[in-house]
Design a binder for this molecule. Structure first.
Ligand code: HEM
Length: 281
């Protein structure tokens, strides 16, 4: 609750509201040419909400599709995520560089101390995600138990290795603690938002995360490959299995719930960006 009590009133409202009671299509990271995209954020009155559903289904055949929609909801999440990268991070990126971690990884000047902070905070985030999934406060979370992408134990082993090499392991820092708190909070009352963070964290790590690991290992660790970057089994199969599950659980979501999930992507980038930035601290 610390996040909510410190957050401005407008943000508290967002955190506390029921996920499907409000449409928010005004966001800049939902592409502009989407259906309804010029609509401002608004509250749907009960009656209007009914007629919205009716008109959506009668117009189903002619309605414009969301980018990636035909392939499944994971493709929609991916589309929104790719646009939130900078060009320097990924070629599909569209955001302008504002933070040090948004520059090309080739230009990074990482430090071991910074990297250790990043690993410690990542461990806290994965531990939080994995315990939320294990507890499964919402039944859909149980779909993701033991999916093979888990990273907590791998990171715990890596940090043990650093300790054996004589490095001091720092305690978690504010970006990781803040994100873990936020994840716990959304997981309890906003499953669509939680699923967005779940997807982005694990899939980012399998893509850009691995690239970062390789570059940092070259520069700082004499090419030592950490367990954080190794999976038991074939990574692309594990990812595909989780994609299928994500597509399945989101099938029963309304369009509003899907948009709410997509709208959470920016927060995922904000928190993960702050944790990545530790590498350069
Ligand atoms: C320095 C930071 C980052 C770099 C260099 C980076 C780079 C990349 C690259 C190269 C891809 C692969 C694109 C492709 O399929 O061709 C990718 C995919 C992706 N990234 Fe990032 N990224 C970074 C940060 C982030 C962050 C902070 C997030 C969100 C938390 C994120 C989420 C994703 C997602 C969801 C994908 C799609 C993965 C998939 O389709 O399997 N990335 N990123």
């Amino acid at each position: 609750m610390s996040m909510a009590s410190l957050a401005p009133i407008s943000q508290c409202h967002t955190l506390l509201r029921k996920p499907s009671s409000k449409l928010n299509l005004s966001s800049s990271f939902i592409p502009r040419d989407l259906p309804f995209s010029k609509t401002q954020s608004f509250e749907l009155p009960r009656m209007a909400s009914k007629s919205y559903i009716v008109s959506a289904s009668t117009k189903e055949m002619s309605r414009k599709r969301y980018p990636g929609e035909a392939k499944g909801f994971v493709e929609e999440m991916r589309f929104v995520a790719m646009k939130l990268h900078t060009k320097e991070q990924a070629k599909e990126g569209e955001k302008e560089v504002k933070q040090p971690e948004e520059r090309s990884v080739r230009q990074w000047e990482p430090t071991v101390d910074g990297y250790l902070k990043f690993l410690v905070d990542s461990k806290l985030v994965y531990e939080t995600l994995e315990s939320i999934v294990d507890k499964a406060a919402f039944p859909i979370y149980a779909e993701f138990k033991n999916n093979g992408l888990e990273r907590f134990e791998k990171l715990a082993n890596d940090l043990k290795w650093f300790e054996e090499q004589g490095y001091g392991i720092p305690g978690p820092s504010s970006p990781g603690v803040t994100y873990a708190e936020y994840l716990k909070q959304v997981s309890e009352n906003d499953p669509q938002a939680f699923i967005c963070h779940f997807y982005n964290t694990y899939f980012a790590h399998s893509a850009g995360g691995r690239m970062i690991g390789k570059k940092v290992a070259e520069k700082l660790l004499n090419n030592k490959e950490l367990e954080f970057y190794k999976w038991d089994g074939d990574l692309s199969q594990l990812l595909q299995h989780v994609r299928d599950k994500l597509n399945k659980v989101s099938e029963s979501w309304t369009r509003e719930e899907k948009n709410h999930c997509l709208n959470e992507t920016e927060k995922s980038f904000k928190h993960s960006g702050e944790i990545l930035r530790l590498i350069l601290s």
